[in-house]
Design a protein around this ligand. Structure first.
Ligand code: GLA
Length: 725
């Protein structure tokens, strides 16, 4: 049994494959957190609740005068505001009386043999019956706010999910001001906070800092998860490494404004919250209405950051991504963006296809610039009909010609956007996000559609449906090239304007859901100026996301390493581009750590380069399973070593492995031995290229001598090993 309730002691114990999570119901009905960490057979850890009662002006809990029991010092399962817990609050409700005092108490619970879906939002699934869910109902007796807390534990993985649902069971309106998805209280501050920061073309750089007293947080208030911070944090015990030590990873399945906050209090204890960013957010709940907070995914391991990442990867491959493309060979595509930008017509695209076909490419993707009268980025978003001046003969004729070359066809869209210079804007100027009497701030010369409106979504759906259903289209790149400003909706009353940020995300999810259901076989790839919306919410709808607009192979190392903290490798859109800083071989090796494709004009390649591309594609056909299904090991991080970077894939049965090393800078010394990981020590592995046989123990302990392979900056080596008898 994964979820146990000791009715006498009123203690809940939730076990995953190798972790335990324990909390108690106090006599007062408060839910007090006891433990999260390595699997424990026991559950009664209430002795930990004696925290010395040494706060400052610590108030007694109402009804507990002189009993040394205070919300100020106790660990909470879901902290509330204004009733004695002065730390960051998971929940804050402005009630009908206008105050923000909130306090929830246990009412009842249920254990479900299923993983409930979240209405209108992406979440983990469980199609194999590998999970159990605890639903706890609590109530704020003063305001009649009912709060249900959900915890799902998976038996096959050390992973659990949390989310909360608030229902107004009173007869008056209330306003939610903070509704976090998860609240985690730890009894120490001895952790480093690992997170992913960045900007456009430099997304998801791994950074870490020790927790210190006070509040530290990462957030987005840009309307999307953003290039700047990713909704992922790991708390790693001081001294924990890639391979060893305790790590707690938290990731939100959410694509909008988020906040992950940690507070270290005067007892040196830490509280971590993850959820919707309370800044720019409130939600009005009328009687009988409910609000669902997005899902948080939590991983615990005592085997370092590397194992945490592998657990996230397996979880997302098995329980999050649904596309039929998840487990099969993805097409090698060539994308027109860096090859032509806006400067293409039907003949040029067919010429690309003609050359690409000879090298074994599977699909041509026509990127931005095919619709309305778009010649550059200043017009036509929202006018999703083909520009026949550019594509003479129309879309079907172009697709027929590309198909005749032996390639499938993909297309680019930016469905949530509108250009001021578009027929759509001229017909419906109020369809973009805007606020009364204030000029909109254009970004990339475009505005954002009001995705909270069903009529807007219906229009975009109808336009895109027509194109996708009337043409043989196998792939859609769904882009999102700006953030949200002047966030207001013409249809919502003033008191609901602070709901727009979240309603926008729900609107986008609704539109995506309609498309993946209407076109289950289309391969969707998300994108946002590169990787500005690379999050688990988007992975629910599309198995791959364009990782970054930065296609330089050396820069990509840092971006792809950071992305691998939490997201599966087969979800990284990664292409070989015409960026000659590194060799074609290195660009191929780096793109192989992802979905693999090309982003260049194939007509400009020399004969030698064409032969090399052909070989790269043949290699991709050989190794795509290993990359998609294998366990990923970050061997040498590009931010911690200034000479080279290395990674490795190992097949789940440990019969196959692939290691890649890329030289980033001219080394001072050439002697280089790299240890591999994750192999079976007793199995013998043969280097496919040289025929040399090594035991797994040798490769993992003595290492592989790369001295002759990594010597000049921009060069790289890939070693492929297969088990031999
Ligand atoms: C974004 C994407 C690019 C390309 C352009 C087109 O920047 O990341 O790959 O599609 O938009 O405008």
């Amino acid at each position: 049994m994964a979820i146990l309730f000791d009715a006498e002691k009123k203690i809940f114990k939730l076990d995953t494959a190798s972790s335990s999570y324990v909390f108690a119901v106090h006599d007062s009905g408060r839910l007090l957190h006891l433990y999260y960490g390595a699997y424990l057979p026991d559950c009664d850890m209430r002795y930990l609740l004696d925290r010395g009662y040494f706060g400052s002006f610590t108030p007694d809990a109402a009804g507990y005068v002189g009993k040394e029991f205070s919300p100020d010092t106790q660990p909470s399962e879901y902290s509330c505001n204004g009733t004695g817990d002065f730390r960051i609050s998971a929940l804050q409700i402005r009630n009908a009386d206008g105050n923000i005092a909130t306090d929830i108490r246990y009412v009842s619970h249920r254990i479900l043999n299923e993983k409930p879906a979240l209405p209108g939002m992406p979440s983990l699934r469980d199609e194999n019956g590998d999970s159990e869910t605890l639903e706890i109902t609590t109530l704020d007796q003063t305001t009649n706010a009912e709060v249900k807390l959900y915890y799902t534990v998976y038996n096959d993985l050390p992973v659990m999910t949390r989310h909360a649902v608030v229902t107004n069971t009173s007869d008056r309106t209330m306003e939610l001001e903070r509704v976090f998805s998860a609240c985690l209280d730890f009894n120490t501050m001895d952790y480093d906070m690992v997170h992913l920061y960045g900007k456009w073309a430099k997304e998801r750089t791994v950074t870490e800092r020790p927790l210190c007293h006070g509040i530290q947080s990462i957030q987005s208030k840009r309307g999307s998860s953003s290039h700047n911070h990713n909704p992922f944090v790991a708390l790693k015990a001081h001294g924990a490494t890639e391979e060893n030590g305790e790590v707690y990873g938290v990731n939100l399945i959410y694509s909008g404004n988020f906040s992950i906050e940690a507070e270290v209090d005067c007892l040196n204890a830490t509280r971590l919250l993850a959820g919707i960013n309370p800044t720019d957010f409130t939600w009005r709940l009328e009687p009988n209405e409910s609000f669902t907070a997005p899902e948080a995914v939590m991983v615990y391991t005592d085997r370092g950051l590397g194992e945490m990442s592998r657990i996230f990867h397996r979880t997302y491959m098995k329980h999050l991504i649904k596309s039929p493309w998840r487990d099969v060979e993805r097409p090698v595509l060539i994308n027109s963006w860096e090859a032509a930008y806006f400067d293409f017509d039907d003949n040029k695209l067919v010429a690309f296809a003609h050359e690409a076909a000879k090298m074994g490419v599977d699909m041509l993707v026509m990127d931005d610039g095919w619709f309305g009268h778009r010649k550059n980025d200043d017009s036509s978003l929202g006018d999703w009909y083909v520009n026949e001046k550019k594509l003479k003969g129309g879309l079907s004729s172009l697709i027929e010609r590309v198909n005749a070359e032996g390639l499938k066809f993909g297309i680019w869209y930016e469905p949530e956007m509108i250009s001021p210079d578009s027929d759509l804007y001229r017909a419906h100027p109020d369809w973009c996000l805007h606020v009364p009497n204030r000029e909109n701030s254009p970004a990339r010369l475009q505005y954002v559609l009001d995705m909270t409106r069903k009529d807007v979504r219906d229009n975009i759906f109808a336009q895109m449906y027509k194109v996708l259903s009337e043409n043989k289209i196998d792939y859609v790149k769904w882009d999102f090239n700006r953030n949200l400003t002047e966030v207001g909706s013409a249809l919502l009353p003033p008191e609901r304007q602070k709901e727009v940020m979240h309603r926008f995300v729900l609107g986008t999810y609704d539109l995506m859901d309609r498309f993946v259901k209407a076109f289950p076989n289309i391969l969707f790839e998300n994108c946002s100026g590169g990787g500005g919306r690379f999050d688990a919410g988007m992975l629910y709808y599309s198995p791959q996301i364009w990782c970054s607009d930065n296609t330089d192979a050396i820069e990509r190392l840092t971006i792809q390493f950071g992305t691998s903290m939490c997201y599966p490798i087969s979800s990284f859109g990664a292409h070989v581009a015409a960026r000659p800083r590194t060799s074609l071989k290195t660009r191929g090796n780096v793109a192989m750590c992802g979905t693999f494709g090309y982003e260049l004009d194939p007509r400009k390649l020399t004969d030698d380069e064409k032969a090399e591309v052909k070989q790269q594609i043949a290699d991709y056909r050989k190794y795509h399973c290993l990359v998609r299904e294998g366990d990923f090991y970050r061997l040498v991080s590009p931010t911690e070593n200034d000479f080279y970077c290395a990674w490795e894939f190992v097949s789940p049965d440990k019969q196959e492995a692939m290691m890649t090393a890329v030289v980033m800078r001219q080394p001072e010394t050439r002697y280089c031995v790299q240890r591999l990981r994750g192999l079976d020590p007793k199995t013998y592995y043969q280097d496919e290229e040289t025929g040399t046989v090594y035991s797994g123990a040798m490769l993992m302990n003595a290492g592989l001598n790369l001295t002759r392979d990594v010597y000049e900056d921009g060069t790289s080596v890939t070693k492929h090993f297969k088990a031999v008898k």
